[in-house]
Write a protein that binds this ligand. Structure first.
Ligand SMILES: [Mn+2]
Length: 380
């Protein structure tokens, strides 16, 4: 059984439970539910001996669930509704998702929801900036897929099929005179860079044709303009992709940059926490980390369960416990020291372990033995 976020009050007997430990947990939980309107659930912290199983079977009672550790876990403190994004998502879609959810970091996951990294707003911004300002080519070069360009532009493809693979593309805006544009295309051709060029321009048919004839990689036609059939058939023949954008050239250029996938901004180093890891165990490990958001993953699969901030480690919610048939921590469920014990019902010596912030019900009475004829096989 996994402790979930809507935790009830657990009523638990001692380790190596016997009949009175199990039956007291069942009985006291039932009493608290009925008489005191407490959301009480009986649990056990060890295997059920056959004798106890027999008693429960005779009484038609269910065996309490096994909970061997009541420490607060990562799963318990994490936010399971936090927005996450796919590694294939574009800058634009992630930026919009972060704005909408008003978050500064998001977990990035694979198609099967495995954690790939944590993306901060500042990491995201790097996607808009060229890696270097040295040389025109590096400023204009972006690592992006044709399919993503189309998606971000909410555009339409009219010639060769768009590639889904990311590649280095060099943006070129066909805004100058026809002669200047052709000169640039020819220069790119001489440098062997033509098949990396994305030519972006409006309703300039001569440029469209020149770009396609020279086998640039992609032609993006802006402003909602159409391209001539001649250009389309030439593009199909040359394998040039054409994307129609309804945005003007300046906006289109900006949105092409925003088409980069966020996987390009992900670092390798980030801390991850298993869902069943106790907060008290992870606190030291995470306190020095510069990370502000920690992904919680399913142990073994690394599937994302949720995320939490460092501040969640400060005062995590504790498990509420009622101890029956014991009061010494040495005999209690793991994590009892971190739990909030609100009641003790027992018939053993006082161990002196239980501490509480407020007064609690603490019943400790010796058992008055029943007559010998009743003892039989009873376990008390
Ligand atoms: Mn007992």
């Amino acid at each position: 059984m996994t402790l979930n976020s809507q935790k009830p009050t657990y009523v638990v007997g001692h380790l190596n439970p016997d009949t009175d430990a199990i039956c007291a947990a069942i009985g006291q939980a039932e009493y608290l539910r009925r008489a005191e309107n407490v959301d009480a659930v009986p649990i056990r912290c060890g295997a059920v001996p056959s004798r106890v199983a027999w008693v429960l079977e005779q009484a038609g009672m269910e065996t309490p669930a096994l909970v061997t550790d009541v420490r607060t876990t990562a799963e318990l403190i994490c936010d399971k509704d936090h927005v996450s994004v796919g590694e294939d998502a574009t800058f634009y879609s992630v930026y919009r998702a972060m704005q909408k959810s008003e978050v500064k970091s998001v977990p990035v996951v694979s198609a099967s929801n495995e954690i790939r990294g944590i993306l901060r707003f500042t990491d995201l911004m790097q996607l808009l900036m060229p890696d270097s300002l040295e040389g025109q080519q590096s400023v204009k070069t972006i690592h992006v897929s044709q399919q993503h360009i189309k998606e971000t532009l909410k555009g339409r493809s009219v010639a060769a099929d768009l590639s889904e693979d990311e590649e280095d593309l060099i943006m070129f805006v066909g805004a100058s005179s026809k002669e200047s544009v052709l000169e640039s295309i020819n220069a790119a051709k001489e440098e062997g860079l033509c098949d990396k060029q994305v030519v972006i321009c409006g309703d300039r048919e001569d440029i469209h044709l020149a770009a396609v004839t020279n086998s640039v990689r992609v032609l993006v036609v802006t402003g909602g303009y159409k391209v001539q059939d001649e250009v389309i058939s030439e593009a199909k023949e040359k394998g040039v992709a054409i994307i129609l954008s309804r945005f003007d050239t300046a906006t289109t250029v900006q949105l092409v940059r925003c088409s980069r996938s966020v996987s390009n901004a992900l670092g390798d180093e980030f801390l991850c926490v298993n869902a069943d890891e106790a907060v008290s165990d992870m606190r030291k490990r995470l306190s020095a980390a510069r990370q502000d958001l920690f992904p919680v993953v399913e142990k073994g699969t690394r599937k994302l369960v949720g995320v939490f901030r460092k501040s969640a480690l400060v005062d995590p919610p504790s498990t509420t416990l009622v101890l029956v048939d014991h009061n010494e921590y040495a005999q209690a469920v793991r994590g009892v020291e971190e739990a909030n014990v609100i009641e003790v019902i027992d018939h053993h010596r006082l161990g002196g372990d239980v501490m509480s912030r407020e007064p609690i019900r603490f019943l400790n009475e010796p058992v008055v033995h029943p007559p010998l004829w009743l003892l039989g096989n009873l376990d008390i």
